[in-house]
Design a binder for this molecule. Structure first.
Ligand code: UN1
Length: 495
């Protein structure tokens, strides 16, 4: 008997006001029904936003280190429940157990990082222009924050936004992805068990209707979004009209450059896990390999041999390397891109078809590689979000950088080289929010800024102190202890 999942509003588990639900399946075995999920609408969002508003005063007035204690306890409890949450996450969204454990670990790291930051949350004190006067700027929370996230990192990515937002004194309405609601609920349940007070975090499940109502709700002061470019920019338009701050993390088309002097065995592991890990369903996935002509043929052969050893299957089975795509629509999209790649003249070196996996009806797709890719091709430009690697052959570092920078996205990037000068040039030259040297394009750490340039984002960052810069605003305070009216501009005008 599958579970009925619920919303969490004002300290209570509840269904959608309309009574409507949708089904949540295991992508490795679609007959495995995980649960019925509330299909929420404006009434549910309204109740959640009001609850978050009512809880805001008391939460923001709680001393920040006390908020930090609850976040620390959340991290401890996530660590205790790590395997259980990871098992449920694998069942729900398909990536292998070793990867879902990593997903929960990112949330644990973020909890500890955000908890520690509650003892800093530094503002600034600066000298005044005037005698007997002090100036400072302190950080304040934004208010009620709406969090809308994708299914591929269903605990880590919400945690990147929710923990710093809570640490800073905001309250939350969280809409997990409709493709991974169970993981989101297990995450929130853990925070509640760690002591987050009623109303401080609320969960509204659903799809576009719930998301739209959340963005438009007048009590929601700011939005954090991770997902597609199309949805992100349409939300941003609404936020622009309503004058709400928004932090956007959207697509990637992440290049890995392999130079002629690279350690090819090291680069091989990076390419395999960057391109085919998580079935390519990361915004940081390595989707373009830019190979120096001196090593191109050998390196492509190495990838072909290694990719053959990858075991596709149910991520909860020992030995599985690569799980399914998230749903049927994703499988169709990936396959369509592969067909377009062939039509436009790229050479399909291996893969290129849905994969049969014993006894499983899931949405499996073969690890796929195209060579002879040129910049004008669709597979060179668009985010496929599947296990498809497009290989370019280049003659020089400058050409490699030109190819790397010739997309509209700019999230992650990587270069494999032994040349220290080339490494530093790449750090400078690659148009991306993240550059790895001798590592794949994946593997962000919780206390570092995470996000991208160009069409990947809007200048905001998750992760590290940068996240606090988004989830707080400054209040500037002047304290005059001279006992008289001092006029800064007038007194200094003659200087
Ligand atoms: C994402 O795909 O949205 O750096 C996030 C990484 C992971 C996070 C990916 N830690 O690849």
């Amino acid at each position: 008997m599958p579970d009925t999942l619920q919303n969490y509003i004002d300290g209570r588990w509840t269904g959608a006001d309309s009574g409507r639900t949708f089904k949540n399946h295991n992508p490795a075995a679609p007959d495995d029904l995980i649960g019925h999920v509330p299909d929420s609408g404006a009434a549910d969002v309204n109740a959640a936003a009001q609850a978050a508003r009512n809880a805001f005063d008391s939460w923001r007035s709680t001393p920040a280190p006390n908020r930090g204690k609850i976040l620390k306890a959340s991290g401890d409890l996530l660590a205790e429940r790590k395997d259980d949450i990871a098992r449920a996450m694998t069942r729900e969204m398909g990536k292998p157990f070793f990867e879902t454990k990593g997903d929960v670990q990112e949330a644990i790291d973020t909890a500890y990082y955000a908890a520690s930051e509650t003892r800093r949350l530094f503002g600034t004190t600066v000298p005044s222009e005037l005698p007997d006067k002090m100036n400072m700027a302190i950080r304040r929370p934004l208010g009620v924050c709406g969090i809308i996230t994708a299914w591929n990192f269903p605990v880590a990515v919400p945690s990147w936004k929710i923990f710093p937002a809570l640490a800073a004194g905001n309250t939350i309405v969280f809409k997990p992805s409709e493709d991974a609601p169970h993981s989101g609920l297990l995450f929130v349940q853990t925070l509640l068990d760690a002591g987050i007070p009623d109303g401080v975090i609320n969960v509204v499940n659903g799809a576009d209707t719930a998301g739209k109502a959340l963005v438009e709700h007048p009590e929601v002061d700011a939005i954090g979004f991770t997902g597609s470019y199309e949805v992100g920019t349409s939300i941003a338009e609404t936020c622009g009209r309503l004058n709400k701050p928004i932090s956007l993390e959207m697509g990637g088309k992440n290049p890995m450059i392999v130079m002629d002097d690279a350690d090819l065995n090291l680069a091989l592991e990076g390419a395999i896990w960057g391109a085919y890990g998580t079935t390519g369903q990361r915004c940081t996935a390595t989707s373009r390999l830019i190979c120096h002509e001196a090593v191109h043929d050998d390196f492509v052969d190495m990838i072909a041999d290694e990719a053959e050893t990858l075991v596709l299957g149910d991520g909860n089975q020992d030995g599985t390397d690569v799980g399914p795509l998230i749903n049927e629509a994703a499988l169709e999209t990936v396959h369509r891109y592969v067909e377009v790649g062939k039509d436009e003249g790229a050479t399909l070196r291996f893969g290129g078809a849905p994969a049969d996996v014993d006894d499983l009806e899931g949405h499996f797709y073969e690890p796929t590689l195209f060579t002879d890719v040129t910049l004008d091709m669709t597979i060179a430009q668009e985010e496929i979000f599947g296990p498809v690697l497009a290989v370019f052959e280049v003659g020089s570092y400058d050409e490699a950088v030109d190819v790397a920078n010739s997309t509209r996205f700019g999230l992650s990037s990587s270069i494999y080289t032994q040349d220290v000068n080339k490494s530093f040039q790449a750090m400078r030259d690659l148009e991306a929010g993240i550059t790895y040297v001798n590592g794949p394009t994946i593997g962000a750490e919780a206390h570092m800024p995470f996000g991208g340039v160009k069409d990947t984002g809007n200048g905001q960052r998750d992760g590290g102190y940068a996240a606090f810069e988004f989830w707080t605003e400054h209040k500037t305070v002047y304290i005059d202890y001279s006992g008289q009216l001092q006029k800064a501009q007038m007194d200094s005008v003659d200087d």
